[in-house]
Ligand binder design. Structure first.
Ligand code: G
Ligand code: G
Ligand code: MN
Ligand code: NA
Length: 253
């Protein structure tokens, strides 16, 4: 209840901040891009996790203005990095299911133009369950997004319904292997089989694949040996505040 009234003013009071987790090329060790992850800097409670406040924000109908703020902030940061470092860096932004409406395309067009960001350097992450919930609407919107040359990735892949039949009908570019499968990859033979299937699947339908939640060197080696080229996780870096992310780019890895 408290959170609700606090959330009403949080955007105006500048209490949200985007953190950025680097995504690495596992072979070369270089940074391919970042995933933007929102945090709420509550004046008394400190950093509040999006797990706690995103559902409330959705419920309150505030996800539309907040979603626009997220896209705007992320693209401004991406534009700065691309100009500063003169590299084709990529950025992924998580979408909420409530953001999948007809206004989204216009908002995206305006923001990309404003910050002179090439559409194919922006990726929108949607979860598998979001896809299936309203496949008709989602499919239509995803094709519109794809027509603008913006990339689309499926987050938490393998945890939803994993209904492969929709995949070839949707303009998806990237599958992200959920971190629950990466967790005990070295020990759990079942997770190995699932991770292997997702890597094979992505290749056979021409998508790239990113492993989430890599925490150990052995997990990284296993993924490399099985043809997964991209990954993120605490082994490399947690999500970082903007300045720390910039410092990481300066270092090069
Ligand atoms: O690090 P982490 O606590 O950031 O993220 C927790 C959950 O919140 C994840 O499921 C993630 O997808 C979601 N999340 C993080 N940032 C955003 C965001 O900017 N928008 C939306 N809709 N979800 C986010
Ligand atoms: O659902 P989504 O994949 O968007 O959310 C990513 C979540 O995973 C964020 O909460 C982020 O902070 C967290 N995360 C990122 N890397 C790791 C990791 O290596 N281990 C664990 N346990 N969580 C991670
Ligand atoms: Mn994500
Ligand atoms: Na995930």
């Amino acid at each position: 209840l408290h959170l609700e009234s606090d959330l009403r003013n949080a955007l105006d009071k500048n209490q949200f901040v985007l953190y950025y987790q680097p995504i690495f090329n596992l072979d070369s060790g270089t940074i391919e891009g970042f995933e933007a992850l929102i945090r709420w800097q509550h004046p008394e409670k400190g950093l509040v996790s999006p797990f706690k406040f995103i559902p409330i924000v959705e419920e309150m109908g505030l996800i539309i203005p907040l979603g626009e703020w997220i896209l705007n902030t992320a693209c401004q940061q991406l534009s700065f990095w691309q100009k500063q470092f003169n590299v084709p860096l990529k950025l992924s932004v998580n979408l909420s299911v409530k953001q999948l409406n007809s206004c989204l395309i216009k908002v995206l067009e305006r923001i990309l133009e404003q910050y002179e960001v090439l559409p194919n350097t922006l990726t929108l992450e949607i979860t598998e369950s979001m896809l299936i919930e309203n496949i008709e609407v989602t499919s239509h919107l995803l094709h519109q997004i794809k027509d603008k040359n913006i990339s689309i990735s499926i987050d938490d892949f393998g945890t939803g319904y994993s209904c492969f039949s929709y995949l070839h009908r949707l303009p998806v570019d990237v599958l992200k292997i959920d971190r629950s499968f990466i967790n005990d990859l070295e020990l759990d033979h079942r997770n190995q089989l699932i991770a292997e299937s997702i890597i094979t699947l992505s290749k056979s339908i021409g998508m790239s694949v990113i492993a989430e939640g890599i925490e150990t060197h052995n997990q990284k080696i296993w993924l490399q040996n099985h043809g997964c080229k991209l990954g993120q996780g605490y082994l490399f870096s947690p999500p970082l505040p903007p300045l720390r992310a910039t410092m990481m780019l300066e270092k090069g890895s």
